[in-house]
Structure formats: C-alpha cells, structure tokens
Design a binder for this molecule. Structure first.
Ligand SMILES: [Zn+2]
Length: 807
C-alpha cells in the first residue's frame, strides 16, 4: 500500500485549501455485521484551477461525485480528482469492512455480554480508513459529523450537544462543527456506553465505558474528574489559553492500545480501568496519561506539526507537560522520579541501540514516520525538554509557550517556530542547543574526576551543552547529609567545578536535569551503592538506583550488586511512587540480567523484600505482585498464598507463579473464573497458561498473540511478562526461533498493535548469541515494516547486553 510521501503532502498543501468536511456515517450495519458506511462531502479550494489532486480513501469506494459530475471508475486508496475548479465539492461514498483489525475503525464485542462497541483512532493516517479526506496534518478543516446509530447506542464525538432525530430502530446524531482540526484528531465512538457526566469550572466533562465495566468506572470517577479539572485549570493558565470548548470526554474502550488525544474526546484502552483496586503506580500512570492526552489539546490538536518529522513537537511536549503538570497540580509530586526509573530508562535504552536517531528526524513518508512513535521521541524528548527548561528557566519557557500558542493556534508549526520563541523569551542563543539536542542522536557520557567534569559525545562527536546539578554529600552516622548543590553548565569536553568542601559522595545529575550516562568517581560509586537509601530526596535516590542500573546494562556492575542496592532502598523507601518502578528493576535484574547460577538466590532475595513490604497496606498490592514473580522457596510460596488472600487480582498473580513452577492450578483457575466479575477474565486465565510449563499451553498463547485473537492490546505487556519466564529457557528456545521466522509477517495491524505484538513475542529468554545474530540480520532485511524493524533492533541491543550480563 502506498504511503503518502512528504513531497506529495507539500505539493497538495500548496495546491489546495480545505474548508470543511460534512461526514455522514451509518453505523447500523455494525450491530450484526462488519460494514461501516460513510459519505464524505469535502469543500475545498484550488489555487491552480485545472490542476488535479487526490483524496485518500482506503475503503471500498462506491461513488465519487466532483462538482456535480460522477467520476466513473474512481477508486481508493487514492481517489483521483482531475480538472479542479477554484472552489470544489467532492462527495465520496464508501464502505469499510475491515473493522476487526484495531486500526482506523474498530468494532469490539464484549465477551461477557455480546454488546458491540465501535471506536475510531486515526493517527497517523487512518482517517482514510473511515472516510475520504486529505489525510495529512497540515490540511486542517472543520469536521461536521452526522451519525446514524442503533437506537440504544450513545454516540460520542469531538463536539458535544448533538441534535437527535428518531429514525425508528436507529437514531440520527447531528453534531455541531469542530474547530479546524487535522484529519487524525476527530473521533467517533459509539455503543451502549455507561456514561458519567459532571459540570466542572464551566466544562461539561464526560467519562464513558462499556456496560460491563460500569461499577469500575463509578469507583474511579471522582478521581478521574478531579484530575481532569486540575489539568484543565493548570494547562489553561500556564499556556495562557483555556481549553476552548465546553465538552471534554474521556472514553474507555475495549481492544484499544494506549490512549489517543482525539479532540475533546480522548480515547483510552479500558485496561486502564484496573479491575482490582489500582496500586499507587497504576493511579500515577493513569494521571500521567490523562495529562499527556490533555496536553495534546494544545500540543498537537490546537497547534499541529506541519509534517511528521516534527512529531516530537507533539509527543515530547505532551510527555514533558504531563509530568510537569502532575508534579505541580496533583498529589503525584514524585512523578519525575518515577519517570526517571521508567520512561527515561527506556529512552536511554533506545538511544544506545544501533537504531538511535535524532529527536527530530526526516520522515520521507507516513509509514516511516510511524516508527518515530518511540522512546526517543517520547522519553528522551521529554527529558531533553526538561533540560531545556532548566537551561532557560521555567518563566522564560512558559512565556515562549504562550507566545507560540497565541501565534499558531488552529494552525501548523515547525521546530523553528518553537525555538524562535524560546530564544526570544530567554535571550539565549538556541541554535547550538537545537543542533546538539534535537538534531544529533546518541547519549553523552558525563564523568567526574579530580574536580573536573568531562563530557564525551556519542561516537567521538563534540559533547552537547549540559545544565546539571552535582550534590555533595558527607557521611552522617549511617546516613548522608547534603553539604551543597553545585549548579553546573558544561562547556565543551572539560569543565572545572568550583571548589567543593570534602565530600564522601558527589552525586552527578542530582535532581535529574541532564540526559546523559553518568559515571561517578570510584569513591563516590562505592558510597552510592552502599548508602543510596540515605539520600534525602526521591529524585536523588532514583538517580542513585538508575546510575547503578546503567552500570549493569553497560556491563560494569554485576546484577547481584544492583539487586543488593535496590533491595536496601526498597526496605526504607518512603515515596510510594518509587516502590513499583524499583521492584520492577529488581525483578528484571534478578530474573533476566543475572547468571543462571545466581538467579534463584537473587529472586529469593527480592521475594524476601516483597514479603516485608507487603506488611505495609500502601505497598501490599505492588509487593504481592512482585512476590508472584519471584517466590521460589516453600516459605515464600506460603507467604504468597497467605498474602494473596481473596483478592481476585492477586489470586490470578499467584496462579501465574504456581503455573510457572509447574504446580497444579487447573481447579483453582476454574474456581477463580467463577469468582471474577471482570468481563475479560478469560484473558487472566490465558495469562496463567502463558506462564505455564505445559508446552501445549505455551503454543496456544503464542498462536493467540500472533493471530491478534483473544488478547486485548492493553494486556500484551502482561503476556510478555507471563510468557517469557526466566526459568524456562529450554521450553522457550523454539519460540525464540519462531519469532525470527515470524518477523516478515508482523506489522500489518497498525502502529500500536505492531509495537505491542513485537514487545510481547520478543524472546528475552531461550535465545543465545547465534539466535541474536539471526535476529539482527532478520531485522535488517529489506521490506520489513519500519515499526517492527526498529522495535526489534532496540530490543535486540538490550538482549545482547542481557546475554553478556548472564555470562
Ligand atoms: Zn501522545
């Protein structure tokens, strides 16, 4: 399928101006069938009458009428429009029957009650699957939707207050015009939703989900509304522009992966409605995602990148802004620390891999651009913006953003537009900064020796300018006392620090302002490993733990030393936000980064920490889940039995562990299926089989994920964790081989689906050096989907390092 190129997009944008889309959608064929019917009426002008262009419509095109004349033989995915007038009306009638692939338009069936729900999700260029449009970000237009839906359905779109007409078995929903939007941000979600609405600060806020999750949504509605109100108030004030629409809906949807910033109608995977009481980490993640999608109303929807090469203007900003807002306007005040232990580590991993690329990178066509939705664009991008804020100061940065939104609202912008505002507001020359940080791939290394801070660029390149803090700590009994914080701006490869009073630990990048690999001096490194729990701030402790983690990844510290360090931090960690990320690192280091001979002892050490942590009510859920990935010895399994109690979520976790160890679980699975009210409980049962030692069960799960059947996208990470058990190398080795063979067939289900599927099936266990070679060759083969190729290259780089660490 041809993917729109940047040259084609530029030519089309130079030729036409799109005024509006009037789109009539008929959903009645989706109640029992697969047909999504649409008629798109496109009003646009042409700057060179007589010229031709094309509409995008990747569906069955039934009829095309241009300026009153039917075009015989017109077809998609590119509908040619010859002989344009100065002002044009094109009417395209189409049917989309690919409605079960989780792309563009999706029809989901709730397995528990058979009810049907329909959603759209269009980024980067899947609006053309739903209706005819000029599907590129810089051709913005008003969208006016009219939707015929079964009479008992609710239809939610980007605008509110529809006019309803009774059609008997169906109802017609006529929605007011949207503002001028890029084609990828309008939304249409429909079904017999459970809806909760609340009037807050002049906004009409809505939450919706499928009927079978109504009680779960009701449980969390207050919290979600509070976060929504806090976010709208914070962003409206900081960006100097309140969200300009009364309606702001958030719809939790089955089969969707992640979340999507549809204007005024954000789409969420309903996996975010955790069936058990959400843990601290799950609540924090939900707050961050809520604020990320909300930030997109400004970064992306209101001001949109001109082309996908500036995707970072959307994603890096949204990812930075959500943490900024969460820290300032919600209870999640340690969110930058957990970002460091989660997303930022993924950013470093992606930046280390051979597939690393500059944050801003060319996107020759949309298919290539889809591979840019990665940890470099999101996590490194957000980190680099945090660095920029530290470099120019928050006040200047906010002033720059206000000016940027004022000038470009409802239009498109590029890198230069944004950086010009930052330069003007801050008085700093941003050219070198932009080149180094946005235009160059790879991570600098910062090291401190004898009072000199050295900065080394990637592959011998000149280092970037860094603004970082160095914390000077002295031993104080068993603890550490902060003596002073040095605010440092590096210039070139060597920067002499001001005189520091004798310190036992110089914590490089204290406060985590910089994006760099840091190498402490030898004396500091020993103190850091021994006394990390004594550091006074959550960010400081996270810098210590992640500095140690990076040393493991780089082959400079054994996993055992890391596990020892993080276990001791966990034992006294006061910040609830850090418990789950630290547990995750501990379990991963013990299970995947340690030599076979050490693994069980390290897992047992982590399990003991979990048993202790589980005594604290606020830590219990996280600790028992981690115990269910580490318990090996009889006593630990007994503790797991006791701690799981009658909590359905923890009982599933316990059964996964028992299955992984080869213990009988079938009767308990059957009983739990009876007790669990989750409409997706079959997935939980599948995860037990995924963990199991039974070869037939492994094969069944593999086939289910490969065929995209029976596993919602939002649960594929759970599959990955359950399937690739560190103790099952022999059983899993054939699947490592199968993954290599499978690669060419992956990537047909859309961007998010591709990333999630590759993530779930990637062999972190059962692979050896020879397989890794074959994997890397396969990832480089021509014709592979760019999203698949890039995901495999990043994961392969990590696997290579794991194999080295395992020895
Ligand atoms: Zn985003």
């Amino acid at each position: 399928m041809s993917s729109l190129t940047v040259d084609e997009a530029r030519a089309r944008a130079a030729l036409i101006h799109v005024e509006r889309y009037e789109i009539a959608v008929d959903l009645t064929g989706l109640l029992d069938g697969d047909a999504w019917r649409a008629q798109s009426t496109v009003r646009f002008s042409c700057r060179e009458p007589g010229a031709s262009t094309f509409l995008d419509c990747d569906a069955e095109v039934e009829q095309v009428v241009l300026n009153g004349v039917a075009l015989e033989g017109a077809a998609g995915p590119r509908v040619e429009l010859p002989g344009l007038a100065a002002d044009n009306v094109a009417v395209v009638r189409s049917v989309q029957r690919r409605t079960s692939q989780r792309t563009g338009v999706h029809r989901a069936v709730d397995p528990s009650d058979g009810r049907v729900y329909v959603w759209t999700s269009f980024e980067p260029d899947e609006a053309r699957l739903a209706w005819a449009c000029f599907d590129q970000p810089d051709l913005k237009a008003v969208h006016a939707l009219t939707v015929d839906a079964p009479a008992d359905w609710t239809v939610l779109t980007s605008t509110g207050d529809p006019v309803l007409t009774d059609l008997g078995a169906a109802r017609r929903w006529a929605f007011p015009d949207t503002p001028r939007l890029s084609t990828y941000v309008p939304a249409l979600d429909a079904g017999p939703f459970h809806v909760v609405r609340r009037e807050v600060d002049g906004h009409d806020l809505g939450l919706a989900c499928r009927q079978s999750l109504a009680s779960t949504l009701e449980r969390d509605a207050d919290e979600l509304f509070d976060l929504t109100r806090a976010g709208l108030a914070f962003f409206g004030e900081r960006f100097g522009l309140p969200f300009p629409q009364r309606r702001y809906d958030q719809v939790f949807l089955p089969d969707l992966g992640g979340a999507m910033e549809n204007w005024g109608c954000v789409a969420w995977s309903d996996a975010f409605l955790t069936r058990g009481q959400p843990s601290h980490g799950e609540r924090e993640l939900r707050a961050v995602v809520l604020l990320h999608e909300m930030a997109h109303m400004w970064f992306g929807d209101l001001v949109t990148m001109r082309w996908w090469d500036d995707l970072w203007l959307n994603e890096a900003f949204a990812e930075w802004a959500c943490h900024w807002a969460a820290e300032a306007a919600t209870e999640h005040t340690d969110v930058w620390a957990s970002f460091l232990a989660n997303g930022k580590l993924r950013g470093y991993a992606a930046d280390r891999a051979p597939s690393s690329h500059p944050i801003r990178q060319p996107a020759p066509d949309v298919a290539t651009a889809a591979a840019g939705f990665d940890a470099i664009t999101y996590s490194k991008g957000a980190s680099v913006l945090k660095q920029l804020v530290a470099w120019v100061g928050e006040d200047a940065f906010v002033e720059a953003l206000r000016s940027y939104f004022r000038k470009h609202a409802w239009g498109n912008a590029s890198l230069d537009d944004l950086m010009a505002e930052v330069a003007a507001a801050s008085g700093r020359d941003t050219a070198a900064w932009t080149r180094g940080w946005l235009g160059t791939a790879g991570t600098d290394v910062l090291a401190l020796e004898d009072g000199v801070l050295t900065a080394t660029g990637p592959d011998g390149a000149a280092p970037r300018p860094h603004r970082l803090d160095v914390g000077a700590y002295v031993r104080d009994g068993d603890g550490l006392a902060l003596r002073e914080v040095l605010a440092v701006e590096t210039e070139g490869p060597a920067t002499r620090l001001p005189e520091i009073a004798a310190a036992d630990l110089l914590l490089l990048n204290d406060g985590d302002l910089a994006f760099a690999v840091v190498r402490p001096d030898a004396a500091s490194r020993d103190v850091l490993l021994a006394r990390a729990p004594a550091l006074p701030t959550a960010v400081g402790r996270t810098v210590a733990v992640t500095t140690a983690w990076q040393l493991v990844v780089l082959g400079e510290l054994p996993a055992a030393a890391f596990v020892d360090c993080v276990d001791r931090v966990l034992a006294t960690e006061p910040a609830g936000a850090l418990v789950e990320p630290f547990l995750q690192l501990a379990v991963t280091a013990a299970g995947l980064w340690s030599p076979d001979a050490d693994r069980d002892a390290l897992l047992a050490a982590v399990a003991d920490t979990c048993v202790t942590l589980a005594e604290e009510p606020g830590r219990r859920r996280a600790a028992v889940r981690a115990l269910a990935r580490t318990a090996t010895a009889g006593e630990q399994l007994a503790a797991l039995d006791r701690l799981a109690g009658d909590d359905v979520d923890l009982r599933w976790a316990r059964l996964r562990r028992r299955a992984a160890l080869g213990l009988p679980v079938d009767d308990e699975v059957a009983a739990l299926l009876g007790d669990d009210p989750d409409p997706d409980r079959a997935v939980s049962a599948l995860l037990v089989r995924a963990a199991s030692l039974d070869p037939a069960a492994k094969q069944e799960v593999w086939d289910a994920v490969r065929g995209l059947a029976g596993v919602p996208l939002g649960r594929l990470r759970d599959v990955q964790q359950a399937f690739w058990q560190p103790s099952q190398a022999e059983l899993l080795a054939p699947y490592a081989e199968r993954f290599v063979a499978l690669l060419p067939s992956l990537g047909t289900g859309g961007m998010i689906s591709s990333m999630a599927t590759v993530g779930a099936l990637f062999p972190v266990v059962g692979a050896d050096a020879a397989l890794l070679d074959r994997l890397q060759r396969a990832a480089a083969a021509p014709g592979l989907d760019p999203v698949v190729a890039q995901t495999v290259v990043v994961r392969s780089d990590e696997l290579r390092r794991m194999l080295a660490a395992r020895g």
